[in-house]
Design a protein around this ligand. Structure first.
Ligand code: 5GP
Length: 187
């Protein structure tokens, strides 16, 4: 059995988390939990949503080469632990990382057979509306995320597939089709 690494990236507000979560559930792909130095949002749980670390703890793990990839996103560290990726692949399981574009590029360098999938809205107006509707972030954070979105969008060409998330169900189906097509083990 051989698992494959899939990476889903895209600006925040593109719907990538919702799509990825749904697809993981539907295809029975275990959740891979990232580490971050950002503070938990209301309702987020350590070890379920993220491993919440202090900046110092995160930097210690960087120094010890514990990360498969990591990046500074919106002013905080986010990273995937090497162990999380290797454990899944060694068991022959597919793994989906929902990470930012800098992490996506690093993942491809580390594992050339990684499949990179970029998720976006049809245009920037829709993205802004989605970010504002979430109501989880302050105006300052929303502005920062919009600025970063423009930078993220310029990485689209580095990705193997692009999903334009107009209708959630269609986007979910597209991601499922890509994973089924690109998996080493056909279900
Ligand atoms: P949020 O703060 O909204 O949970 O996530 C912010 C951004 O960090 C998202 O674009 C998300 O994809 C990215 N992110 C989450 N986990 C990781 C990770 O492990 N590595 C990298 N490079 N980015 C991540």
């Amino acid at each position: 059995m051989k698992g494959r690494l899939f990476v889903v990236s895209g600006p925040s507000g593109s719907g990538k988390s919702t799509i990825t979560k749904k697809v993981r559930d539907m295809l029975n792909i275990p959740l891979s939990i990232s580490a971050t130095s950002r503070k938990p949002r209301l309702g987020e749980v350590d070890g379920r949503d993220y491993y919440f670390l202090t900046k110092e703890e995160f930097e210690e793990k960087i120094k010890n080469n514990e990360f498969f990839e990591y990046a500074l996103v919106h002013g905080n560290y986010y990273g995937t632990l090497e162990k999380v990726v290797e454990d899944s692949l060694n068991k022959g399981h597919n793994i989906i990382l929902e990470i930012d574009v800098q992490g996506g590029i690093q993942a491809k360098k580390r594992k050339q057979d990684a499949v990179l999938i970029f998720c976006r809205t049809e245009n920037e107006e829709v993205l802004e509306k989605r970010l504002r509707n979430r109501k989880t972030d302050s105006e300052e954070i929303i502005e920062l995320r919009l600025k970063n979105a423009k930078k993220e969008l310029s990485y689209e060409k580095e990705y193997d597939y692009v999903i334009v998330n107009k209708k959630l169900d269609d986007a979910i189906k597209q991601l499922i089709d890509i994973i089924k097509e690109e998996s080493y083990e056909k279900a």
